[in-house]
Design a protein around this ligand. Structure first.
Ligand code: ADP
Ligand code: MG
Length: 193
């Protein structure tokens, strides 16, 4: 059989907490629950809350966001809580909103879905310039999630000041700061690739 070429990312994602990743797609039986419960006590320190991951391109922010997302999922499952989670590129998410802009019912449905999901990764904030409408929707989403105490993991190549400048608005960054408190994870390492 021909061997599959392996990219760094692929091999890392497969080995990294490989067993949990597999569990997420398999049936979660009581036995698995028991194993996870045991793991919980060994790992109790890592509590996944809203966080802002910042650093230069290719320093591993997106990969870390995935790791946090799956760790969150595991902890929620162990505690028998809502495990809904979603990873979204910010630009793509706003494009989804834009496409439904005039179909109010569908728009509201999608907006409610993104607002209520237990954990949402908003990847690559500030990578593209956004229209006023997109900015308003982004603010509304972040604000609604904050008010409903949902967990959001933000990633950006920019620091808060740069992001404010880029967006020409300080309300979004203000909300993110409130949401993340002191959980700002700075990637100061060299780019991996
Ligand atoms: N912890 C890590 N160890 C080794 N390689 C990594 C790690 N995190 C990321 N990488 C590699 O770096 C690449 C870029 O990571 P990524 O998370 O996409 O960076 P960013 O989101 O900061 O631009 C990945 O595709 C992967 O090949
Ligand atoms: Mg990234």
């Amino acid at each position: 059989m021909k061997e599959q070429p392996k990219t760094v990312q692929k091999s890392r994602l497969l080995t990294w907490r490989g067993k949990y990743r597999k569990l997420l797609v398999d049936e979660l039986t009581p036995k698995i629950h028991q194993i996870l419960k045991k793991e919980k006590f060994e790992n109790e320190k890592e509590q996944i809350k809203s966080s802002f991951l910042t650093g230069k391109s290719r320093t591993g922010k997106t990969i870390e966001a995935h790791r946090l997302m799956f760790e969150w999922h595991r902890m929620q499952f162990v505690n028998r809580k809502n495990t809904d989670m979603l990873f979204m590129n910010v630009e793509k998410l706003l494009e989804n909103f834009r496409q439904l802009q005039i179909q109010h019912e569908q728009f509201n449905e999608l907006f409610a879905k993104y607002s209520k999901i237990g954990l949402l990764v908003l990847d690559d904030l500030g990578a593209h310039s956004l229209s006023d409408w997109s900015m308003r929707m982004l603010y509304r989403l972040i604000d609604t999630r904050y008010e409903h105490m949902k967990t959001t993991i933000y990633t950006s190549n920019l620091h808060f000041e740069e992001l404010t400048e880029r967006m020409n608005d300080d309300r979004i960054v203000g909300r993110i700061k409130n949401d993340c408190q002191n959980r700002i994870i700075e990637f100061t390492n060299d780019p991996y690739i």
